[in-house]
Write a protein that binds this ligand. Structure first.
Ligand code: F6P
Length: 545
């Protein structure tokens, strides 16, 4: 396979970056004053303004040429039709089936089944079970072992079995039934479980043990601790009323002592970090209610339809992915900031870190060769306006190029006084300041009376690129569309970088070594055979613990 950097389309972009890389956004807007109304795209209620990027009218078409040369359209079709595109694990990648319409048909051949089957039919069977269960718990029909109503739900999971459902629950919290407390415990640090259970009554608590494999050390340790906590007070027989499981691994669930009748399944073709739409979202559904959860799936589905059918130059996930490629591979950026101006999205960047970095943080291409180009960027971010008082200094005046996505909403879910106008004033002002900066000769117009020696410190270079995503309101449909937009963006980038986006071998080595170290921490007199640093640290820990 031709190496990406040898493609004529890649080379054309490299020359283009040399030709226009030195242009400032001030010049670009001066030369093309209407670009702010033209470099936009809209779908599923999301309005994308990408005009404040370091691009000319030629850039996107050149990027689209690269996408075509990399076979993007065929790759999209391969995913949506159940091809085993996760080749290192020989699996289909069908999180899109999780949000498909009930009547849709997507055939899949899974390794644990003899025949291919309709993935969507299975998805809806589980969704229906989830809806029934959620309604029982929310209405108080599902009672704990002592006949008390469930007041606390604790999701026990980590990675994709925690970040996605927690992010979605937090994002849509204003739709939740407030008398049902939803918590998420992920860290194997006992503090997480201990602090979460503080003041909770076991008789009113339901645990969802959420793990695709049901073998993850952190989750199983936390699950056992939760079971001990409950059994101590209510006895062993109470477990079925207080523990349900979300997993693909029925045998392991049974071995843990959870009745498989209370297990909500999903499938090998759902990657952990793409699973918040499946039964992994049970805690989210319990919190926000089935109707809102299904509306979130609808938003995701609408974005998938747009992604699959819209021409690339008007396709939101494709545009955002290609702009990311532009900065990552041609302008030397190595991180990407996610800056939502909505407090409800305070876990959005954290979830995207897993989805993006676990997917495209690879350095070997699909042929097993070391890549000669950059792959996934570092993803980071916090909600505005908090970030403005923390790290924006570096984005504005630091030496690094940090493309950023600003995500904002026209209507607040909590319209208090003029809070929302102030929030959004900051939102618009920031992208303007980042793009256009403040040249030295204008410093005194804005910061009157600035002495000459302070002028360089108060000037802003500008030319900091941003995307702006604007939607009416952070409702469940919009939330689904937004998340599917990013999932699909990440898919496109994996295709361009020619990496396998749906495995995560990079997490395995640490797990293996940790199990060895654990034995050494517990042993009377371990024979430590690590390097001198690790040996000394372990010895010191053993002396001090
Ligand atoms: O260690 C990484 C990982 O495998 C993630 O990909 C996954 O989301 C997480 O662990 C949790 O896995 P599981 O759902 O099987 O417990």
């Amino acid at each position: 396979m031709t190496k990406r950097i040898e493609l004529p389309q890649w080379k054309a972009l490299a020359s283009h970056s040399e030709a226009i890389g030195g242009l400032h956004l001030r010049q670009l807007f001066f030369a093309d004053p209407e670009r702010g109304g033209r470099m936009v795209a809209e779908a599923c209620g999301l309005y994308l303004d990408y005009s404040k990027n370091r691009i000319t009218a030629e850039t996107l078409p050149l990027l689209v040429d690269l996408a075509d040369a990399c076979g993007l359209q065929q790759a999209i079709e391969a995913m949506f039709t159940g091809d085993h595109i996760n080749q290192t694990e020989d699996r289909a990648v069908l999180h899109v089936a999780l949000r498909a319409a009930r009547e849709a048909v997507i055939k899949v051949k899974a390794s644990d089944e003899k025949k291919s089957y309709n993935a969507v039919k299975r998805v809806w069977q589980v969704l229906d079970e989830m809806v029934k269960f959620a309604n029982k718990v929310r209405s108080g029909k599902w009672l704990g072992a002592t006949g008390q109503r469930i007041r606390n739900v604790v999701n026990v999971g980590i990675g994709g079995s925690d970040l996605g459902p927690k992010m979605a629950y937090e994002a849509l919290k204003c739709y939740s039934q407030r008398d049902l407390r939803i918590e998420f415990v992920s860290n194997v640090d006992g503090t997480h479980m201990a602090e979460t259970l503080q003041g909770m009554d076991p008789a009113e608590t339901l645990f969802i043990i959420c793990s695709k494999t049901f073998t993850t050390q952190e989750t199983m340790t936390n699950a056992e601790t939760a079971r001990d906590w409950l059994v101590d007070v209510l006895g062993k027989d109470a477990v079925p009323k207080h523990f349900v499981a979300v997993s693909t691994a029925a045998k392991e669930v049974e071995a843990f002592g959870i009745d498989t009748a209370n297990m909500f399944g999903f499938w090998e073709w759902v990657g952990g970090r793409y699973s918040m739409w499946s039964a992994v979202g049970l805690a989210t559904m319990l919190g926000i209610g089935p109707e809102n959860f299904l509306a979130m799936l609808e938003g995701g589905r609408a974005m998938d339809d747009h992604f699959r059918t819209a021409p690339f130059a008007q396709n939101l996930p494709v545009i955002m992915a290609l702009l990311g490629v532009w900065y990552n591979n041609f302008l030397g950026a190595d991180s990407h900031a996610i800056l939502p101006y909505d407090q409800y999205l305070h876990r959005f960047a954290a979830h995207l870190q897993q989805v993006d970095m676990e997917s495209n943080g690879k350095s070997v291409d699909k042929d097993g060769h070391r890549v000669a180009w950059q792959t996934g960027p570092v993803i980071w971010g916090e909600p505005g306006t908090n970030g403005q008082h923390a790290f924006y200094q570096l984005i504005h005046q630091g030496t690094k190029l940090i493309p950023a996505d600003f995500i904002g909403f026209c209507k607040s879910q909590n319209p208090l006084g003029d809070h929302h106008a102030k929030l959004m004033a900051n939102f618009f002002a920031q992208t303007e300041a980042l793009a256009f900066g403040l040249p030295e000769e204008k410093v005194n117009e804005v910061f009157k009376g600035t002495p000459a020696e302070l002028v360089p410190h108060k000037a802003f270079e500008g030319n900091r690129p941003t995307n702006t995503l604007l939607a009416t309101k952070l409702d469940p449909y919009t939330m689904g569309a937004l998340m599917a937009l990013y999932e699909n963006k990440i898919f496109v980038q994996g295709v361009i970088w020619n990496v396998f986006s749906f495995d995560q071998w990079g997490v395995q080595l640490g797990k293996v070594l940790a199990s060895q170290v654990l034995k050494e921490l517990k042993a009377e007199a371990p024979d430590l055979k690590h390097d001198s640093s690790t040996n000394t640290l372990i010895q010191r820990f053993r002396q001090m613990a």
